[in-house]
Design a protein around this ligand. Structure first.
Ligand code: PLP
Length: 464
């Protein structure tokens, strides 16, 4: 199905969407007068304009045009209990009423409790907080470069670690390749210092280590590829990542900004039996608030400590709002809830994820359209609440790598990113990159409703 022309269908859907969301359309004109492109984050700024939110509860968000939209974006996949869950909002509201929560900038007991919880659930020796996934991957890389005295950073083509200098190469395919820098304004040497390899390709990993191994400071990878296509690392790949980094004296950073607490009440690396040198986490651990953490070996994290003399310190420092009290309260409540309800939460969202993925594949197959979902579990990860849908050109592709789903020559990206997005939104279902994440607030009825809506989109694609 790759490379078909969807202009007419997209035109129709854009018209329907514009008619359905008139107040958002008007507000977008105003937004563009004050903010570049009318907003602050590329993935939130869909074409022709984003719908603008009002209240949100559980699986649903309400917009300014009074729709109740079933949501699979769920706060960039952070809101595993749904939007504004009372388990978190009520204690936060009570704390604020009691005059506690915004007094940031001090040491407190809560920081110790949350660091202890994260360490216990991830096997980390030390934890340091910051405010975003982007910052924690940047600090983790700085720590590894200092620890090893090496400069090269290895990442995966299609891997997204936030917009920071060492992560702005190899995010998207251009002319069949990931080997390019994707931002202006970076230091000149960043291109040669950032190496890109292929996900789940053990041979490619061996080759890059054989060539650059003694210069690689760290290999940063997502054990579950998120925006690159929602797919797990194979157990063989994770083992190779650990073995090769050890063999060549490089550090292994598992970027679990999405994966942390998504598949179990702890890190995903543990499900593979792989202990990284550092783990980066954000999203779910914030309980809906901006909390991020670098967790891992004490000897590496010690490099940002005061006792690490002048000049040799890694300035993983500052952050007016780092370890912010109200945010850490949300973090503590979320982590404690997930630990206490681990046996209930993860099987439930995985079962709904399975129904959704299998249901979507069937809906498209029944309409004669070749579509496959990623997000399926594997032998290391028994269940998954994540899903994406792809439209490969041929059905001999076993999807395990971002280039298969990010390369327009191999997969119809317009169907996934534009037709699915608009086609579902005009039916009040919001998805991201095909689908997104199931939360505890979603119900079987929501999944059934989603499958009906997907069928409606499939029917329109089939009759294009
Ligand atoms: C795997 C991964 N790492 C890092 C980031 C950056 O996190 P943030 O958006 O909190 O800066 C993201 C964001 O989606 C992510 O998915």
């Amino acid at each position: 199905m790759a490379n078909r022309d969807h202009t007419r269908l997209i035109h129709e859907l854009t018209d329907e969407y514009t008619r359905r969301f008139p107040r958002s359309a008007t507000l977008h004109n105003e937004a563009e007068l004050r903010m570049i492109d009318g907003g602050n984050h590329l993935v939130r700024l869909m074409e022709p304009f984003p719908f603008r939110l009002g209240q949100s509860h559980g699986a649903y968000v309400c917009d300014v045009d009074d729709h109740k939209i079933l949501d699979y974006w769920q706060g960039h996949m952070a809101n595993i209990l749904g939007h504004n869950p009372p388990q978190i909002t009520q204690p936060l509201a009570e704390a604020l009423q009691d005059g506690w929560g915004l007094q940031s900038g001090f040491a407190d007991e809560l920081q110790i409790e949350v660091a202890r919880l994260i360490a216990e659930r991830t096997g980390a020796e030390r934890v340091r907080f910051t405010t975003s996934g982007t910052l924690c991957t940047m600090y983790a890389i700085m720590l590894c470069r200092s620890f090893t005295g090496r400069s090269e950073v290895l990442k995966i083509g299609g891997g997204w670690h936030g917009a920071q200098p060492w992560a702005l190469k190899g995010i998207s395919v251009k002319q069949g390749s990931y080997d390019h820098i994707e931002s202006e304004g970076l230091p000149a040497h960043i291109d040669s210092e950032t190496l890109v390899t292929r996900y789940n390709d053990v041979q490619a990993l061996e080759d890059v280590f054989a060539k650059h191994g003694d210069r690689i400071a760290c290999f940063i990878m997502e054990p579950w590829m998120g925006s690159g296509g929602s797919m797990p690392a194979t157990p063989e790949y994770m083992r190779a990542a650990r073995d090769l980094t050890r063999k060549y004296g490089a550090m292994l950073i598992l970027d679990e900004v999405i994966a942390g607490f998504r598949f179990r009440a702890g890190n995903l690396g543990a499900m593979y039996g792989v202990q990284p040198d550092l783990t980066t986490m954000a999203k779910i651990i914030g309980g809906g608030m901006p909390v991020a953490a670098v967790a891992g070996r004490a000897d590496i994290l010690a490099l940002c400590g005061r006792k690490n003399g002048e000049g040799r310190r890694v300035r993983f420092d500052g952050g007016t709002y780092s370890a912010h009290p109200l945010s850490l309260l949300a973090s503590k409540l979320m982590i404690e809830y997930l630990v206490a309800h681990e046996d209930e939460v993860y099987p439930r969202i995985a079962a709904m994820g399975e129904r959704l993925r299998k249901g979507i594949e069937k809906v498209f197959a029944d309409r004669g359209i070749l579509a496959c979902c990623t997000g399926h579990p594997n032998s290391a990860v028994p269940g998954s609440s994540l899903a994406s849908v792809h439209f490969p050109a041929t059905n001999d592709l076993k999807l395990s790598c971002p280039d298969q789903v990010g390369n327009p020559a191999l997969s119809d990206i317009t169907l996934r990113e534009t037709v699915m997005k608009l086609g579902l939104l005009v039916q009040d279902v919001n998805v991201s990159h095909g689908i997104g994440a199931v939360s505890m607030a979603h119900s079987d009825a929501d999944i059934a409703r989603t499958l009906e809506a997907v069928d409606h989109v499939a029917k329109r694609i089939a009759s294009e």
